[in-house]
Structure formats: C-alpha cells, structure tokens
Write a protein that binds this ligand. Structure first.
Ligand SMILES: Cc1cc2nc3c(=O)[nH]c(=O)nc-3n(C[C@H](O)[C@H](O)[C@H](O)COP(=O)(O)O)c2cc1C
Length: 217
C-alpha cells in the first residue's frame, strides 16, 4: 500500500476478530515505529505490552470513570476535558467495547514517554498548557498504527488512561519522570472505516498568516 493511501484510510478500529497477534508481529510493528522522529532524536518512548488479565482489568477500571465523565460532558453538550478541566457534569454510564471487552482485545500497548528526553519548548507558556512535548512521542504512536495497517491490522490510540495516570503508576510500574501518553489497542479489524471524515485543506490552511486567505489547490 502506498503511503498516501495508508494515510487516507487508516481509520480508528475498535472491534477486533479473535485472531491472535503474535509477539513477533508486535515486535515488527515496534521495529518499524522506532524510526519515528523525536526532538533531538531522543526517542523517549517506552512500551508495555499488556497481556496480564489482572493488569488489563485494572487499566479498564481506571479508564471507565474517565469514559463516563467524557460521556457526561457529551450528554450536556459540552467539550470534555478542554484545557484539562472537568465540566462538572454528572458521569453517564455507557458501553465501551475497548474498556468492557479489554480481555478480548488482541494487543494492548501502554505507551510512556521519558520526560527527561523531551524538550518541552512551550513549557514556559503562561496562558495555556504545554503541547509541543507531545510531538516527540505521538509520531511514534501513529507509526505503530500505520505499521499495523501495512500488515492488515488496525487499531486505535486512546488517552483515557492518561487522565488517571497517578493511579496507573503502580498498576503499570510507570517509572518516575515518565508520562503515560497513550493506550493503543490493536488486532485484526472486524470492520475498518476507510472513508474518513476530515475537513478540507482550505478550511485550515491559509497564506502567510492564520487569518490570511485560504490555501487552494
Ligand atoms: C490524541 C488522541 C486521543 C484519542 N483518544 C481516544 C480515546 O480515549 N478513546 C477512543 O475511543 N478513541 C480515541 N481516539 C481516536 C479518535 O477518536 C479518532 O482518531 C477520531 O475520532 C477519528 O476517527 P476515524 O479515524 O474513525 O475517523 C484518540 C485519538 C487521538 C489522536
């Protein structure tokens, strides 16, 4: 598959067949993904391949309240977790296959980043939370999903667990000075949406300045 097609069709997958994915294949995915860029080529990534049913259950138990908080905000018509804040709305219980069926997901990866290896260039911003540090780890995460796509696998990057990082520290043995940046679920898709809804270029790209005229083809 050419890169452009892969980029345009790698939709989130949240349902998986029972086909197992071997450690050898997971290792291949990570072997591809390790070529991702990172600031200063510091490669801050750490990966826990979570197989233990107990650890998976503990992760799901930490993710569930976050999901319910998200759904509470959704039901209230609000944007959940904007600027890291809770909306204060009552949590809403709703099914979530990734959380409820975590034991049957073929591959669960917890991804961490060593903060000693990330230059957080906007860490001094006083008017907003820092975001640039994420650029040293999320290309790696996305590369895992592209490497999966190349092998007929699919998956989704999630961040529920990052909201409960403090409680996840003992569950996952997260080292000090590490951020829990994502949980990636992978497997053979039961269905993959390849007709992705994304905004057109002219809606987000402009000439010279962000308030300049739209870039058109
Ligand atoms: C930073 C980030 C965080 C995400 N967090 C979650 C999550 O916690 N749970 C989830 O189900 N999907 C999560 N997703 C997946 C997005 O919902 C998905 O990429 C987006 O809705 C586009 O879906 P599509 O590829 O099917 O069009 C996340 C994606 C990113 C990039």
């Amino acid at each position: 598959m050419d890169i452009s097609t892969a980029l345009r069709t790698n939709g989130a997958v949240r349902g998986f067949t029972a086909d197992p994915v071997s450690d050898a294949v997971v290792s291949e995915l990570l072997d591809d993904a390790r070529f991702a860029p990172s600031g200063g080529n510091q490669q801050p990534w750490r990966v826990a391949v979570v197989k233990s049913p107990e650890v998976r259950t503990a992760m799901a138990d930490l993710m569930r309240p976050v999901w319910q908080e998200y759904m509470g905000a959704q039901h209230a018509g609000k944007r959940a977790f904007a600027f890291g804040k809770s909306t204060g709305d009552a949590p809403v219980a709703a099914p979530n296959a990734l959380i409820d069926d975590i034991q049957s997901v073929p591959v669960v990866l917890a991804i961490a980043a060593d903060l000693n290896k990330i230059a957080i260039m906007d860490g001094n911003a006083e008017h907003r939370p820092p975001v640039v540090g994420g650029a040293s780890i999320y290309p790696f995460c996305w590369s895992i999903l592209l490497a999966a796509k190349a092998r007929g696998l699919g998956g989704v990057l999630t961040t529920f667990l990052s909201r409960a990082e403090a409680q996840a520290v003992p569950v996952l043995g997260l080292p000090a000075d590490h951020a829990l940046v994502a949980t990636i679920f992978l497997g053979v898709p039961t269905h993959q949406n390849t007709k992705l809804k994304r905004n057109p270029v002219e809606s987000f790209a402009s000439i010279d300045r962000f308030d300049g005229p739209p870039l058109t083809a």
